[in-house]
Design a binder for this molecule. Structure first.
Ligand code: PLP
Length: 354
């Protein structure tokens, strides 16, 4: 139960046994197309350009910025944790003039503050589910009031864990990661781009590998596909299978399973002396943060949980290192039996005073 599932869906691990096809083999291309269709369902979008980038979530972040920033562009970014900060670094390297809208870690960012930060930025960017704090940032109001700006959202820890409504919320660019609520190992970054954003695609982005002008010739559309890079075939089998699990369970049901586990943790942890740390009303069901109770040693206690119960708890990052724990309950791990095991283990831990 770390901040990402170390325990993918069993169907996903089975998919790694499939024979490895060539990346332009028609059979593989139709699997890629089906994967993209499945992604559209999970993203709740009709965006034509919807596919997984062949690298981790950070590459999705970089793709989202480098393809839509011309040096000197004004970009507004919400920062209330590690990943908002990373967005600022990526956008700055791409040549943007970044306006940071800061909020205390553990608190949500008021969308109006982002809208008021600049009269007409080219991009407004925000992390939907801040994995470093367990806080949700709301998106819908930004989509409704963004004006000419493109709305760019990090959905690494939200996709398939809490509702993500790309079309309804008017999101233009969004990326995710496979290793969180999708229950697949790390290695791919699902991306979706609106038609409106595609019209503003930079002609020669500052990255060759992540250039959507070329990648789109390989990953989308009918007819012949042009080689761009050798797709990581087995990882795509895994994602295809993971999305299959989510959709055959039903997206609503998958989200409901994450929500019930989160609700149970949020109601029971305080009874055990673990105070919930994230702002009330904005707590993620898939990633719960708690203050470490006095008397418990951060590192030793987490090591004990790992050795004795096989439960991995994430430590705090940056300014909250040593102060909070991050309890991931996502993907295949989001089961009530795991919640029960964790609560029992924490009770034992506090009684023993580790
Ligand atoms: N964004 C968020 C919200 C994340 O939680 C992470 C990773 O945990 C990333 C971006 C970066 O993803 P990756 O580590 O897969 O590159």
């Amino acid at each position: 139960m770390g901040p990402g599932p170390s325990n993918p869906y069993p169907e996903v691990m089975e998919a790694f046994n499939r024979p490895v096809l060539g990346h332009l083999d028609p059979e593989f291309i139709s699997l890629l197309d089906e994967t993209n269709d499945r992604l559209r369902e999970v993203w709740q979008t009709n965006n034509a350009l919807t596919f997984p980038i062949s690298a981790t979530g950070s590459a999705g972040m970089e793709t989202s910025f480098v393809n839509f920033i011309t040096p000197g562009d004004d970009v507004v970014i919400g920062v209330n944790g590690v990943f908002g900060n990373r967005m600022c670094e990526v956008a700055t390297r791409a040549g943007a003039t970044v306006t940071r809208v800061e909020e205390d870690w553990g608190r949500t960012i008021d969308p109006q503050r982002l809208l008021d930060a600049h009269p007409n930025p080219s991009i407004i960017a925000l992390v939907h589910a801040e994995t470093s704090t367990g806080v949700r940032n709301d998106i819908a109001e930004l989509g409704a009031n963004k004006g000419d700006s493109l709305l760019l959202v990090d959905c690494v820890t939200s996709l398939a864990g809490i509702p993500v409504l790309i079309d309804e919320w008017n999101v233009d660019i969004a990326y995710s990661g496979t290793q969180k609520c999708l229950g697949v190992p790390p290695g791919l970054s699902p991306l979706t781009v609106s038609h409106r954003a595609m019209e503003r695609l930079v002609e020669t982005p500052q990255s060759w590998y992540l250039d959507l002008n070329m990648i789109k010739e390989y990953v989308s559309g009918d007819g012949a596909r042009a080689y761009h890079h050798t797709a990581p075939i087995s990882m795509l089998y895994a994602l295809h299978a993971g999305l299959g699990v989510v959709l055959s369970e039903g997206l609503e049901q998958t989200l409901g399973r994450h929500q019930s586990c989160g609700d149970e943790l949020h109601s029971r942890l305080p009874e055990l002396g673990f105070e919930l740390w994230a702002q009330e009303g904005y707590r993620l069901p898939e990633l719960t943060t708690v203050s470490i109770p006095e008397g418990l040693d951060d590192v030793k206690s987490r090591q004990h949980l790992l050795d004795r119960y096989g439960i991995e708890i994430g430590g705090g990052l940056g300014p909250v290192a040593g102060k909070v724990w991050r309890i991931g309950c996502m993907g295949h791990t989001a089961r009530m039996r795991n919640v029960t095991l964790l609560l029992g283990a924490l009770e034992e831990l506090t009684n023993a005073g580790h």
